[in-house]
Design a protein around this ligand. Structure first.
Ligand SMILES: [Zn+2]
Length: 252
């Protein structure tokens, strides 16, 4: 039974991942998420249901459009597969629970931001607002008013901290160090993590981003690295491993 649910969660994740591709590509351009349906960007032929099966269609068609045989980016199936795997890991850790739901919300944000931030250097406000509101509502509904209010306050606190880091960064580097999207994203982080764990998340984000930024900087000095995906990766790692600064400090 357990295996059965795990597979269903994986498939459900890949289907949502396919939708998150659409959200990440279209929302920053102000395009509708529903119309038109998916089509080949080269020959414009609209995709049938059997060309839209996550991961599988790509493999069966060997990464090519059925109509014009042009190459389809491996980015799409990778996003679908990643969403499925991360949903599955969340389920294996938390089972069907509120924590599982929140983990899926983080995965959702992570995947959409990988698409939108790497392609357009944008984190759509609509997504930040919608997902933050979702977490806050869930906290109020399942953990009570006190926890609900705490999550909003933590969000505001971390938003301010990130804003101050940006001011400091702009002074030090004499150019824009963090985007507005990153600062708003920090509010979302706060709705999930406590202020102190949120500070740890900022540290961990930089820790993840540093080696990759250095590598890209050495290859191309003008390339800008989006920070959003690293912030959400750090949040996801902390949430899934249930890391807590207070307990970690206590241990040493
Ligand atoms: Zn085509």
């Amino acid at each position: 039974m357990e295996v059965y649910f795990t597979i269903i969660v994986f498939i459900f994740g890949t289907l949502l991942g396919s939708f998150y591709n659409v959200v990440g590509y279209r929302l920053p351009k102000g395009l509708s998420l529903i119309k038109p349906g998916s089509f080949c960007p080269k020959c414009n032929h609209s995709l049938k249901w059997y060309e839209l099966i996550p991961v599988l269609s790509f493999m069966i068609q060997r990464g090519k459009c059925r109509e014009c045989k042009c190459k389809i980016s491996w980015f799409y199936p990778t996003i679908e597969f990643t969403t499925g795997i991360l949903f599955m890991i969340s389920y294996l850790i938390f089972g069907f629970s509120v924590e599982f739901f929140i983990a899926c919300v983080i995965v959702t944000f992570f995947v959409i931001v990988i698409v939108s931030d790497t392609n357009y250097l944008v984190i759509p406000d609509e997504v930040t607002i919608f997902l933050s509101a979702l977490v806050i509502i869930v906290k109020f509904a399942f953990f009570g008013v006190k926890v609900g209010i705490e999550s909003v306050l933590s969000g505001v606190f971390l938003f301010v901290v990130m804003y101050l880091i940006m001011l400091l960064g702009n002074k030090l580097f004499k150019k824009e160090s963090l985007g507005g999207g990153d600062i708003k994203l920090m509010f979302f982080v706060g709705t999930i993590l406590s202020p102190i764990n949120g500070m740890f998340q900022i540290f961990l984000s930089s820790f993840f981003a540093l080696p990759i930024s250095m590598y890209v900087y050495l290859k191309n000095k003008n390339r800008i690295i989006p920070f959003g995906p690293f912030m959400l990766l750090a949040l996801l790692v902390i949430y899934l491993l249930q890391l807590d600064v207070a307990t970690m400090l206590f241990r040493f």
